[in-house]
Design a protein around this ligand. Structure first.
Ligand code: ZN
Length: 487
């Protein structure tokens, strides 16, 4: 069978990618690929180590004049997202990925390709296999496990594996771009003790709903100022509360990393306020449409009568505290970076609200590329919660990677990249978590950049890699390493 990679350059990289594609490697089920990597190292007599989590490091001495240069870490992740089209029979725990050539692109047959980050892994293996006289600094190739489902390999990395303090992460998916930063994050679990009282007897029950919003990822979509259903609902509740409306319950939002798309409140309205309440909701909805309508085309705000008459509602005090919280907690981009134009530096997602075990639980998910700023926004959230008689617990903190425009390896990479591209590369950062953030915290003082060839449709069966960008990426990497060999 003619291989989909035959004739492609650099052949060592593509042959390693084809070989890797035969080995199953779903996130959290990396045993087979780790065994394969161990075999790769032992059969080539490369020094290798593995930590308890499974992360592997393989080392190659400097060569071609780079013998005494500082060690350079080449980092990639071995796991892949396993998605397939519904009409495709494929068992990701046993079947090889079928590679297909599609003109200028390499893709898979109805499944994810695993170019994310298999091209990075294959690149590292190709470097380790280079001739003994190749001009290279000492290399330390770090292969992490389970990047795709929570960076757990990086989190559990035994930093003693790493001797180098310059790291090239090969998990950026756009040729021409260099990534130099990511956001750290952490949640605030706000617990509001509430009491209930008997529902006023003649009040009528209604459901107030905000639905049909775009939602999206609370990191990479936050700069768009998509509407947050909880924020919108709270703003509609204000005029209703002034009319004597009582809140029975409020529930909305799902995952901490998703912008809430819908939220529902059960309310009791005084009969004499009915007409005014309908008008207030209509007016508020119209204002929200003026504010969000061109972006949130599916937005629906409704006030509908309910059959059931709830026996109790929140006490006046509890209602005031809950509404106070939902009106006060911030949502969206809170600060943009002065270092990287257009980058959201700090943000908060007012992620969910729900009654839990007799209390109300409100969850905020904050992000920042500057850890002190992350800490500060979470302290502010705790202060706001305290003013509403709620108690905040901070959970799930993970580190960011603060952009360093003066990074020595960035300066070299930019110069070489610009010469190859004929224009300046795009230097940026993302407002979400990356392995570099975690590894940089575990191995302090690490000078890092991330770059790679063009991959589109990652995490979907449409994933494909642009063949020509892989060759350019390889040439760029070799040129950078040749320079670092002289350092
Ligand atoms: Zn990746």
């Amino acid at each position: 069978m003619a291989s989909a990679v035959s004739g492609l350059e650099p052949s060592a990289l593509w042959n390693n990618f084809a070989a890797l594609s035969l080995i199953p490697r779903p996130s959290k089920q990396e045993e087979q690929v780790l065994a394969w990597l161990q075999e790769f190292a032992t059969s080539r007599e490369l020094e290798w180590q593995q930590d308890e989590t499974g992360n592997i490091v393989m080392r190659r001495p400097g060569s071609g004049g780079g013998e005494s240069a500082p060690m350079v870490v080449i980092q990639s992740h071995v796991d892949m997202v396993c998605e397939k089209n519904s009409d495709v029979e494929h068992d990701f725990t046993s079947d090889p990925i079928s590679l297909l050539r599609d003109g200028e692109w390499l893709t898979a047959d109805g499944t994810t390709l695993g170019a994310d980050n298999g091209i990075g892994v294959a690149t590292a293996l190709a470097l380790l296999e280079m001739k003994e006289d190749a001009k290279l600094p000492p290399l330390e190739c770090l292969f992490t496990v389970d990047e795709e489902t929570g960076l757990t390999g990086a989190f559990a990395l035994d930093a003693a594996l790493l001797q180098g303090r310059t790291m090239l992460n090969l998990d950026t998916e756009e040729w021409g771009a260099i990534c130099i930063g990511c956001a750290g994050g952490g949640d605030s679990q706000i617990s509001l003790p509430v009491s209930y009282e008997g529902a006023p007897s003649d009040f009528l029950s209604f459901q107030l709903a905000v639905e049909g919003l775009k939602g999206g990822h609370s990191g990479v979509d936050i700069h768009e100022y998509r509407a947050n259903a909880i924020v919108l609902l709270a703003s509609v509740l204000v005029p209703l509360a002034e009319m004597g409306t009582r809140i029975v319950s409020v529930q909305g939002g799902d995952k901490t990393n998703a912008i809430p798309r819908e939220v529902f409140a059960t309310l009791l309205l005084p009969p004499e306020a009915m007409a005014d309440a309908q008008i207030a909701v209509a007016e508020r909805t119209e204002s929200l449409r003026r504010e969000y309508g061109t972006l949130e085309k599916g937005m629906r705000v409704s006030l509908m009568g309910l059959e059931d008459a709830p026996p109790e509602c929140l006490s006046a005090k509890a209602q005031g505290n809950l509404l106070g919280l939902l009106r006060t907690l911030p949502h969206g981009a809170l600060k943009y970076s002065h270092t990287i134009p257009g980058l959201v530096e700090t943000s908060n997602n007012l992620a969910s609200v729900a009654p839990v075990d007799g209390n109300y639980l409100v969850v905020c998910s904050s992000r920042s590329s500057i850890m002190e700023a992350l800490e500060d926004i979470r302290l502010r959230i705790a202060s706001m919660a305290k003013m509403c008689d709620a108690i905040t617990t901070r959970t799930g903190t993970y580190p960011g990677w603060q952009p360093n425009p003066d990074s020595p390896v960035l300066k070299r990479l930019k110069r070489i990249y610009a010469a190859q591209l004929g224009e300046e590369p795009e230097v940026g950062a993302i407002h979400a978590g990356l392995e570099c953030g975690v590894i940089g915290e575990r191995a302090p003082g690490m000078d890092m950049v991330s770059f790679g060839p063009t991959i589109t449709g990652a995490h979907s069966p449409d994933e494909r890699v642009e063949i020509s960008s892989v060759e350019k990426f390889w040439d760029l990497l070799l040129e950078l390493l040749a320079e670092l060999a002289e350092a």
